[in-house]
Write a protein that binds this ligand. Structure first.
Ligand SMILES: [Zn+2]
Length: 348
């Protein structure tokens, strides 16, 4: 009790010292990050979403209201240069004084390298065993936990002047769109929980008066995620041996977290149009390797999925790494985990 009282006194004093009447203004890039920030800020304020639901973050232009929200922001939480190569330039011109927190750059984030080619593993028996991507990259999941700053042999992040040709030979329009690190890291619940803590810590720093609320909210958010993870594990248990192909290489964080590895992807991780050869290879994969489902995504070209499915017996369903149809807010993130699990399980 005494400790709590002391914390309140300190918080109140610091509140006066910084003379901050309003909570910090927070802007976030995509809906999952918005959800985590909304969870942390519950009861204090509401973050702004910069990239509207239903749009691909890989290429996007801010609308005037979104540019305004960015301009007004004190703190900006965003995933990474690899997800939104255009973003940092907008941030620097519109909100040069804002604190910019690139979540993928945090040591607490578990990062995986992008996978190569339309087929993720040559071993058909591997589908029901351990993480299919591991052998291909020569890493185990645990190797990735603290590998920041290491080069996966193909990184070309911001500031890296290496001129390595892209392994896929794809045309990404911008020089950064397909960085070596897979940016879809919000689909690992471990990362989402780490980001709740990180967001709470940064907000507590900026707004000490509300620090106890931010921290309590982060704790509650982590408990809600744990609950969703248990449900999804149960849901996916009966379909773990199924083989499936995804539209773009966006799901490996989810695949690894829930031990349900994809057989391959039609499109690259930046969702750029695949080459004709890659589409053909994806079709061969579906036709010849016991693939029972090909997932389409609402943001992208359904014609390509039809081409890949043509003449095969595989089924199809729509999954969405950004939860386009889900309601924004604190409960969005656990709902996204459940939504993906349900949609995946239903296709088999
Ligand atoms: Zn993507």
């Amino acid at each position: 009790m005494a400790r709590r009282f002391a914390a309140l006194v300190i918080a109140a004093t610091m509140g006066i010292a910084t003379a901050r009447a309003d909570p910090p203004r927070v802007a976030t890039d995509v809906a999952p990050v918005h959800s985590l920030a909304a969870q942390v800020m519950e009861g204090v304020g509401k973050p702004k979403l910069l990239i509207r639901q239903g749009a691909s973050p890989h290429g996007y232009s801010l609308r005037p209201s979104e540019a305004q929200a960015l301009q007004d922001a004190d703190l900006v939480f965003w995933v990474s240069e690899g997800l939104t190569p255009w973003f940092e330039r907008s941030r620097q011109s519109l909100a040069p004084d804002a604190q910019s927190i690139e979540l993928l750059a945090s040591d607490a984030t578990r990062v995986h390298a992008y996978r190569e080619g339309p087929r993720f593993s040559d071993d058909t028996t591997e589908a029901s065993s351990d993480h299919a991507g591991d052998d291909e990259f020569g890493h185990s999941e645990h190797d990735h936990r603290h590998d920041h700053g290491h080069d996966h042999g193909q990184s070309h992040g911001a500031g890296d002047q290496s001129q390595q040709p892209d392994a896929q030979g794809g045309d990404h329009g911008s020089g950064h769109a397909h960085s070596g690190k897979d940016p879809h890291a919000w689909l690992d619940p471990h990362n989402a929980k780490a980001w709740l803590d990180l967001i709470a810590a940064r907000l507590a720093e900026a707004d000490p008066a509300n620090a106890p609320t931010y921290k309590a909210n982060a704790r509650a958010g982590k408990a809600a995620i744990d609950e969703a993870v248990q449900e999804v594990d149960t849901l996916l248990e009966p379909v773990r041996a199924e083989r499936y192909v995804v539209f773009h290489d966006a799901y490996q964080y989810y695949e690894r977290a829930f031990d349900i590895p994809a057989a391959g992807a039609i499109s690259l991780g930046d969702a750029s149009d695949p080459s004709a050869a890659r589409v053909e290879a994806a079709r061969d994969l579906v036709a010849g390797r016991g693939v029972s489902c090909v997932y389409a995504e609402p943001q992208y070209n359904p014609g390509l999925v039809a081409t890949v499915l043509d003449g095969t017996k595989a089924g199809t369903a729509v999954i969405d790494p950004l939860g386009t149809e889900l309601e924004l807010g604190p409960s969005f993130y656990p709902a996204l985990l459940r939504d993906l699990g349900r949609r995946m399980a239903a296709c088999f």
